[in-house]
Design a protein. Structure first.
Length: 310
């Protein structure tokens, strides 16, 4: 693709987007770089789905760092409501203002109401903050783990995603002068509604292949011995083919490699792997299933794969 001029500091091509992400240590494949590029060029929200730990959240963090934009994160959870996600009124300050107005002899209720429901009593939460101008340019809004919320909250998000605005009954509509860069993530514990998906560009973030995972490890942990890095990646790749409840993601690979470096390891050995499995696997049933014979077999597979890749 021929590079085009950048707009507001955004990358001008897919290759520029790849370089932008790589420059921050995020090793993306071309498919992900393409959808990120399109989301930036078209001003569309980006919905990333995939297993936990494959790097979805990191896309938003990387974009914010690379573009020099503020990152505004809304961490979703069950029961998330508008007061935590969008705005709420400073009720204590409002009550003080009402009492002061009454003490001063103010009797015009409409005037008092207009005052106490003004901007200065508004407590802005992440979604509303993301619509406000920022000195460095429109922020990156990360709506993380959207699947943890309910469908009612999804329905509210539609106005933000489609029109970059929020309606506050007491104030009216707050619309962004320049739309934020919006990244939504989901671990797919439930299906996201089609109405929301239609407003987004979509990408499934899968586990990386061995070559890309090794590139990620080297970018994030350059001090790891070359043999250890190769064997760690090959071991994790082999482990993902096992029948486990929760397969390790890239985040676990990096954590495990970091732990092994801290233990001065230069290669995998059965005792060390067994002692550090809790860094890589997060469920006791999976740890118990990865017994000594399985560890020995996986290490041998990892060594063969590492040698073949040299």
């Amino acid at each position: 693709m021929t590079a085009r001029p950048t707009r507001a500091g955004l990358p001008g091509s897919i290759d520029d987007t790849l370089a932008l992400l790589t420059g921050q240590g995020y090793v993306a494949d071309r498919a992900l770089a393409t959808v990120v590029f399109l989301a930036l060029r078209m001003g569309r929200p980006l919905l990333l789905e995939g297993e936990a730990g494959v790097g979805k959240t990191e896309v938003a963090k990387t974009l914010a760092a690379a573009l020099g934009r503020r990152l505004i994160r809304l961490q979703c959870y069950e029961g998330l409501d508008l007061s935590a996600a969008v705005y709420e009124w400073n009720h204590a300050a409002q009550m003080i203002a009402i009492r002061l107005a009454e003490a001063a002899g103010e009797t015009d209720k409409a005037s008092i109401a207009a005052d106490v429901f003004s901007q200065r009593y508004l407590l802005r939460r992440p979604l509303l903050e993301a619509l406000e101008p920022q000195p460095e340019g429109p922020p990156v809004l990360l709506v993380d783990e959207l699947d943890r919320t309910d469908e009612a909250f999804e329905a509210f998000l539609l106005e933000v995603l489609a029109d970059h605005q929020i309606t506050i009954p007491e104030l009216g509509t707050v619309k962004a002068a320049a739309p934020p860069i919006i990244v939504l993530t989901s671990n797919r514990t439930r299906e996201i509604h089609d109405a929301l998906k239609r407003r987004c560009l979509y990408h499934w973030v899968d586990y990386p292949d061995a070559a890309r995972e090794l590139a990620i490890l080297r970018a994030r942990l350059p001090d790891a011995p070359a043999r250890l890095a190769a064997e760690v990646v090959a071991f994790v790749q082999a482990l993902r083919r096992e029948d486990l409840f929760k397969l390790p993601g890239i985040a676990e690979t990096l954590d495990w490699a970091s732990a092994l470096v801290e233990l001065d390891a230069v290669a995998l050995d059965p005792a060390l792997v067994g002692d550090t499995l809790g860094v890589l696997l997060k469920y006791q049933d999976d740890i118990a299933a990865t017994d000594a014979p399985r560890i020995a077999r996986l290490i041998e597979e990892a060594r063969q794969a590492a040698r073949a890749a040299e």
